[in-house]
Design a protein around this ligand. Structure first.
Ligand code: CU
Length: 139
């Protein structure tokens, strides 16, 4: 076997092993992100529609912005009334697609008080760019 062939094979084997390794070490992160804690501090229904967000809290109140307490585990139940949207909080590296006819359950735990933009990140029509609101994280 010539040197070039050996080099080619070892590159393929090395790249494959590296991909498996990266997949393996990312499993705990994926698992933690998708497993909803048993007892969240807060549950919020998130309704997306062209071109607004609506947040329904467990006390019955409704708002056009999401307000949470810093450090709380917040379970979000997201759905869309029309087309696919995407709930994107750039500063928290948090993004989840919102699908009509389906409730997507996911959780977040913002730690740092402040205000963050929530922006739809899936092109959803004429006023997609203005489909934004605030996540308010209170102390
Ligand atoms: Cu959009």
């Amino acid at each position: 076997m010539d040197v070039a062939k050996t080099l080619e094979i070892s590159t393929i084997v090395g790249a494959t092993a590296l991909l498996f390794y990266i997949g393996f070490i990312s499993l705990p992160v994926l698992y933690a992100f998708q497993t909803i804690p048993d007892d969240p501090d807060m549950v919020v229904e998130v309704i997306a529609r062209q071109w607004a967000w609506e947040f329904r809290y467990s006390d019955g109140s409704v708002s056009d912005r999401l307000t949470v307490k810093a450090g709380d585990v917040v379970k979000l139940e997201l759905t869309s009334e029309d087309v696919i949207h995407s709930f994107f909080v750039k500063d928290l590296f948090f993004k989840v697609d919102v699908i009509p006819g389906k409730v997507v359950e996911i959780w977040m735990q913002p730690d740092v008080p402040g205000e963050y933009w929530i922006q739809c990140a899936e092109f959803c029509g004429k006023f997609h760019g203005s489909m934004r609101t605030r996540l308010v994280v209170e102390e």
